[in-house]
Ligand binder design. Sequence first.
Ligand SMILES: Nc1ncnc2c1ncn2[C@@H]1O[C@H](COP(=O)(O)OP(=O)(O)OP(=O)(O)O)[C@@H](O)[C@H]1O
Length: 242
Amino acid sequence: MTSILQIDTINFSYEQKAALREVSLQVKKGDFLGLIGPNGGGKTTLIKLALGMLQPNNGSIRLFGHTVSSFKDWDKVSFVSQKANAFNKGFPATVFEVVAMGLTPKIGYFRRFSAKHRTAVKQAVAQVDMSDYLHENISSLSGGQQQRVFIARALVSQPELIILDEPTVGIDHANVKGFYELLQRLNEEKGLTLVMITHDLAGIAQYASKLVYLDQQIKYEGSPEQFSLPETDLHVLRGIHA
Ligand SMILES: Nc1ncnc2c1ncn2[C@@H]1O[C@H](COP(=O)(O)OP(=O)(O)OP(=O)(O)O)[C@@H](O)[C@H]1O
């Protein structure tokens, strides 16, 4: 099966402080990977390395078969952050405009926004079931609705991989379920590969196809059903906070 992300035996330190040790991980096409672990366990660092924002001390990272430093096809990768849903009241942009921003890397700031682009935006909004809100102001939506809009913004450039960093923080319980179901549908029906950092072990375990527990090292990699940790790590797990 095609490897989307291939991380081989990397180490990474901030100054003298080790953040990741001997980490190897493969994300295959169609995976829905839940990346969990304690606070400070290195999840965000690993994603920054995968996106080329940091360089490992050693080891190798390949995206779609290319080393990250030579990777050019960034259209294939989208990122949704936790802060995406922290919009200030009064932010002057509609759902359409926010999703259209996802096309900026593709069409540039000054080139014409064509009917084709308009259709792509509407399709992405429809994929997340937010068509009724197309011309609403983003700041008037709930946290869960805003996060759907950010998924649409990530989808509009038709990526093959979406990386999400704690996207459910600040979303109420009822909407979190719908959000997971949306991700699962995109994963299963569109074959979209997903990597999601979360502290919500109970939630992600129901939807992800694979779980990885990272605490500087990978302590578990496998199916959510068989997830287990040594007693010492379970103790850490109980203390995790979003
Ligand atoms: N820019 C930085 N400079 C120095 N140390 C950093 C920096 N960013 C992160 N760290 C440290 O690296 C370690 C891993 O941090 P990281 O943010 O990757 O963990 P995380 O698993 O994403 O944590 P959380 O679940 O709390 O978001 C932590 O000890 C953190 O303090």
